[in-house]
Design a protein around this ligand. Structure first.
Ligand SMILES: [Zn+2]
Ligand SMILES: [Zn+2]
Length: 309
């Protein structure tokens, strides 16, 4: 049976491998034309892998002169929803901007300022967007998303609501609630646990998520877990580990007063460590599985996967 939302994994690691950085396509299973990219660290390379695995079949393709990946990029994808301007979340979008047209870049003012000043500035890359240093080539248009206020995503039936997250050195990252016909998906960008920065940012996200959860409208979540527990304990780190991820999800459950049992949570941003005997991807999966007293349905993605929520 079709679910509410489908996702295609373009890239799922937290680096450093440049061909598998954070990027997810999200669409209502019933209407794949309403296609969003949630971050775009890896974009076309991830679509190639998904296509090779026959996971782009939901898209009704009509432009015979284009390849499948070309048509999905140019004619299906409507907007890039960007959590923050770190390279591992934008590389694919920047690289595609030379040929890509008519897309929204949906982000907070802080992220848009960073893209304008440091990426699309005619120094690092031509200005393919519609604000910042002139001339504007306007392949993309910025959609400024105010914090904690529902905003429509142009050319789709989606709305988005953004919440600030803590990333080290007071760098602004974002969590997005994506809503389509009352169903909601939560995408959480890179974040410290609240305990690390003595912040309340995640607890604000959980407060909002709790009410949606109580109404039975939260269909799933993308949440980062970058490093295994040992690494998080050793170096102070602006990311979640299995231990802090479970603590945060327990805080959500407590806030909501509703069991998280069976909630689908896609584990994003695991960082590769090159160890031949203790692979971080496996270790994070093992630790999260052991700590999972909440009985959440964790999904450990691979590039090119198709996920149904
Ligand atoms: Zn980051
Ligand atoms: Zn990152």
């Amino acid at each position: 049976m079709a679910g509410d939302f489908c996702a295609i994994v373009l890239g799922c690691s937290g680096g450093p491998r440049e061909n598998n950085l954070s990027g997810y396509l999200l669409y209502p299973c019933q209407d794949p034309n309403q296609l969003l990219a949630l971050d775009a660290g890896t974009l076309l390379g991830g679509m190639d892998v998904a296509h090779a695995r026959h996971h782009l079949k939901d898209f009704d393709l009509t432009h015979k002169e284009l390849t499948t990946v070309g048509e999905v990029l140019l004619h299906k994808l409507k907007a890039y929803v960007i959590s923050h301007a770190h390279l591992d979340h934008i590389c694919g979008l920047v690289s595609a901007s030379a040929v890509d047209m008519r897309k929204s870049i949906v982000a907070t003012d802080a992220t848009i300022e960073n893209l304008k000043d440091h990426i699309f500035n005619w120094v690092i890359w031509p200005n393919f967007v519609n604000e910042g240093r002139t001339p504007y080539l306007s392949h993309y248009h910025y959609v400024h998303v105010p914090l904690e206020k529902k905003t429509a995503i142009p050319h789709t039936d989606f709305s988005v609501e953004a919440f600030l997250l803590s990333h080290p050195h007071e760098y602004p990252s974002t969590a997005f609630f994506l809503e389509y016909h009352s169903s909601v998906m939560l995408y959480v960008g890179d974040t410290s646990p609240d305990s690390f920065e003595d912040s309340k940012h995640l607890s604000q996200v959980w407060k909002h998520a709790a009410s949606i959860l109580q109404e039975g409208r939260l269909k799933g979540m993308f949440l980062e877990c970058s490093v295994p527990n040992e690494e998080a304990d050793k170096i102070r780190h602006g990311h979640l580990s299995p231990k802090t991820m479970i603590q945060e999800l327990a805080a959500l459950q407590q806030q909501a007063g509703v069991s998280l049992k069976g909630l689908k949570v896609v584990v994003t941003h695991r960082k590769e460590n090159f160890s031949s005997h203790s692979d971080n991807f496996d270790l994070i999966e093992k630790q999260l599985t052991e700590l999972n007293h909440l009985e959440i349905k964790f999904i450990f993605p691979s590039q090119g996967d198709r996920i149904v929520f």
